[in-house]
Design a protein. Sequence first.
Length: 85
Amino acid sequence: LRDLRREIVGRGLSALLLSNPCNPTGQLIEGEDLKGWVKIARETQCSLVLDEIYSRYIYTQRMAPTDAHWRIVSAAQFVEDVDKD
């Protein structure tokens, strides 16, 4: 996360665009890491634009949509103010 802040500030970025989870590699930013990304974007006033089209496809041992452990990962859970974040 320190590198993310340095890149945003050092390059003067006003927006970041990424896919999460990333297709086709399946890389996923979640939990505290994703919360950190949202926080850094907020603090640096850098818009974080996430393509979360695959957010319902987080594969674990149980992969049926009816499974109680089916989950979705989205940065929306860390947004504090939709007008500022």
